[in-house]
Each structure stands twice: as C-alpha cells, then as structure tokens.
Design a protein around this ligand. Structure first.
Ligand code: EPU
Length: 419
C-alpha cells in the first residue's frame, strides 16, 4: 500500500484550483439512472469513489464514457441488471444512492446493505422507510435490500434525522413517482441543492431545495442534457486549513465562498485574515501561530463534520485550548489518537475532544483511518518537526484529487512512496 511522506515546517504559499465536489458528483452519477437519454456531467473529480461509481454503473450494463475534456457521459438505456453488489458497496457506502433511482425508473433494485463504517453505525433506515411510504415493497434478505415497486407514489415524508444521502435518495425516487412528494426535515447541504439542480435540468420538478422542505412533483420521464458539478467546499476548506496551520498564505480558486461561511468564521477566529472574491477565498496568517477554536459539528449551514478533523489538527498546535464536539457521527475521533502520536495533547470526553495546543508536533509514522482523518494527518504532518509517514492513504485517494501535486504547488514537501 502506498504511503505519504511529509517533511514538516514549511509555510505554504500560493494558489490552488479546487475540483468538483465528490459528494455532489456521486449522487449526480447515480441520478443518471433516472434519465432517458445521454447525460454529460462535467467538473467530475478524478477520485477513487468516482471510479467505483462508474464501475457500479458499468456492471449494471450502463454505458459510461470518460472524456477528459467533456467529463463523464452516461447513457442508462442499455441497463441489464439492477444490482449494487456487496464487493462494491463494501468499498463505498455511497453506492446506496442507486437504490432510489433504480426503483423509481425500473421498479426493482437489489442493493447490498452497507455494513459498519470507520466513523459510525451509519444505518440506512430512513432511506428504506421513505421508499416504503412511497409504496415500495422492501425486504432485507441475504445481506441485500431487495426493493420492488410498480410506480412509486408521492407522499409526505418527515425524516427522523437530517440525512444527506437519505434526502438525496428519496428526492431522486420522487422525481418519477406519481403525484407530489414533500420531504420535511430535509438536508440543506449544497450538494443536495446541486443534485436537485441537476435533476431539474433534466426535466424534474423540484422546489424548496436548500430549505428543510423539498417538494417534488413527479414527472413521467427525465431527458438527457449537460451539467457541471459544483466545487468541493470540503477540499477548499482543507487547503485553507493547510495555509492556516503552517502560518502561510493560500488562495483557493474556483469555489463558492458562501458555501464555507461556517469554516471561514472559524478561520477568522483562529487569527487568519480571510479575503473573499467572487470565486476565491484567501487566507493569510501573516506568519502568526493560530489561536485555538471551539468547533461543534451540525448539519449545513452549521459547521460540517467533514471539516472537524482538519480543525482538530489546527488546534493541536494553536495557542490555547480548543474543544471539538462531533454531533453527527458516533466514532469520528480516530485521528485524535493518531495525532497524539505526533505529540498532540488531546483528552476525549464522550463526543468532545479537548485539545491543548503545543508549540511543536514531532514527526512519527501514523495511519489514516478514513478520508477526513487522513486529511487531518496530512495537515499535522505539514507542521510536525521531521518526516511524517502516513500509511493507508488509499483513503485520501477516495476524496482528494491530486493531493500531493496540489500541496506541492503550495510549497509543501510531500511525496507518495509506492509500495
Ligand atoms: N442516519 C440514520 N439513518 C439513516 C441515515 C442516516 O440514522 O437512514 C444518521 C447517520 O448515522 C448519521 C446522521 O444520520 O448519524 C447523518 O448522516 P448522513 O446520512 O447525513 O450521512 P451520509 O449521507 O451517509 C454524507 C456524506 C458524508 C458526510 C455526511 C454528513 C456523501 C456521499 N457522504 O454521508 O461524507 O460526512 O453526509 O454531512 O454525501 C466524506 O465525504 O468524508 C463523508 C463521510
């Protein structure tokens, strides 16, 4: 397995272009299953999770063409199978996103039930219950969700918990249902909005996306078209943190600054001078040590769980004591234990980590446990004295396009060591 080697201590300085958002590209690719005709999706990031999604579609018989300039072209008319098999779902939970589209368009879906996950239990009960309320017959058999329906019927669904992929699955299913569906307590994440915009471009009738009540008027069919995926706010946030933690100066380009309000507020609290452009965000630490910040994760527009680990890394070397409280996932603190190996002073109390900033971390071998945990270890490695080696970096390749190249372009001394 490849490793990453980082020589810490260099303030980052430069500009970096942000890729398309993983968590928008994955549902949009799944949503192509709903479309009658050819779909072109642009600004799709080159990531392992995108490759897995393309493979999943390909195995169903869907035609997927990757064109460097135009993006990904998908035509689902050749579909033969309606199965998301265990061997793919176990590597990527987002495979569950094909459940709603397959059921709505083809009346059947066999999707392997995702198992445990490194960050929490992550059940999919809300996806299943919602589809049942729309008239689907669903059984769990041999580790698979086996769903059948003639035509789904619109319904008023009140979601128990705010769930991103749950909202997406039900919204996709409702586009082809008969009648109107109302999703209450829906997720408001920009990626949900992007998916709704994609579906509307293809002829769906969705309104209220971006609020907690989404209304979907079912239509007979969706038509082909082109769409560009929105920029990745978590990738952007991660590079801004790389600037902050190294006391450097980083500008992220091709972003939607309004999607990072909660993150920008915390960067300012940490002592960064943050400047916003139409599609850029710049942070300048003016060589100063960051100040500790308190973080509490919650659904959008509050502070994102996907930026929690990166801010934990910042707090490890910041001036003061900062707390990090995780309210979305039960077990998203594995990186804290690895950061202790770099000399961080972290005390865990339930879902809160109390981090006392130290003047200096020291390099050590560490292990990546999930995508955002890996990103936080890279950030810690950028400031640790000596050479930090991160193992199991396949997690990073799932969600950060060309991480080493982008970090190198900012001056980081980081390299991949192939096995
Ligand atoms: N939940 C349930 N039942 C359900 C669905 C969710 O209890 O049926 C709970 C979860 O266990 C969790 C909470 O609801 O406690 C919220 O989870 P959510 O469903 O929103 O998470 P997700 O849709 O599985 C997406 C992102 C994650 C991101 C979360 C939260 C994608 C493909 N994944 O996951 O991204 O952390 O929303 O914002 O969109 C990542 O990119 O590293 C990543 C993990």
């Amino acid at each position: 397995m490849d490793r990453l080697q980082i020589l810490g201590g260099i303030p980052l300085d430069g500009e970096v272009r942000i890729s398309g958002a993983k968590n928008a590209a994955l549902p949009i690719l799944a949503a192509t299953l709903l479309v009658d005709g050819l779909v072109r999706v642009g600004n799709v990031p080159h990531l392992q999770d995108v490759t897995t999604t393309n493979e999943l579609l390909g195995r169903m018989g869907v035609s997927v063409t990757i064109n460097e300039r135009m993006g990904v072209e998908v035509d689902a008319s050749s579909i033969r199978e309606f199965v998301a098999p265990y061997d793919l779902v176990k590597t990527m939970r987002a495979s569950i996103l094909v459940l709603g589209p397959l059921l709505a368009r083809f009346g059947r879906a066999d999707v392997s039930l995702p198992g445990g996950c490194a960050i929490g239990a992550r059940p999919v009960n809300i996806h299943v219950t919602g589809l049942q309320q729309m008239g689907a017959d669903i059984k769990i058999e041999n580790g698979y969700i086996k769903a059948r329906a003639s035509r789904l019927k619109g319904a008023r669904l009140v979601l128990d918990t705010v769930t991103v992929t749950g909202t997406e699955n039900l919204m996709m299913a409702a586009t082809l249902a008969s009648g109107t569906t109302v999703l209450e307590n829906a997720a408001r994440e920009p990626e949900v909005v992007d998916l709704a915009n994609f579906l509307n471009t293809m002829g769906a009738k969705i309104s209220g996306h971006g609020t907690d009540t989404i209304t979907i008027e079912g239509v007979e069919s969706l038509h082909g078209g082109s769409y560009e995926v929105l920029p990745d706010r978590i990738e952007a946030g991660t590079y801004l943190l790389a600037g902050a933690i190294t006391r450097g100066r980083v500008m992220v380009k091709n972003v939607i600054p309004g999607h990072l309000d909660a993150v920008i507020a915390k960067l300012r609290e940490a002592g960064g001078t943050v400047t916003l452009g139409d599609s850029t965000i710049a942070i300048d630490m003016r060589g100063r040590r960051p100040l500790s910040v308190d973080i509490r994760t919650a659904p959008y527009p509050a502070f994102p769980t996907d930026m929690q680990a990166q801010f934990a890394a910042l707090n490890t070397i910041a001036d003061g004591v900062g707390t990090v409280t995780e309210t979305i996932f039960e077990n998203r603190f594995m990186h804290m234990l690895e950061m202790r190996r770099l000399g961080a002073e972290i005390r865990l109390e339930g879902n809160t980590a109390i981090i006392r900033g130290v003047p200096q971390l020291t390099a050590a071998p560490v292990m990546a446990t999930d995508l955002r945990a890996s990103a936080s270890l890279v950030l810690a490695g950028l400031v640790a004295e000596g050479r930090t080696e991160i193992e199991r970096i396949y997690h990073i390749d799932r969600g950060y396009e060309a991480l080493e190249e982008k970090m190198q372009s900012l001056g980081a001394r980081i390299k991949r060591i192939p096995d």
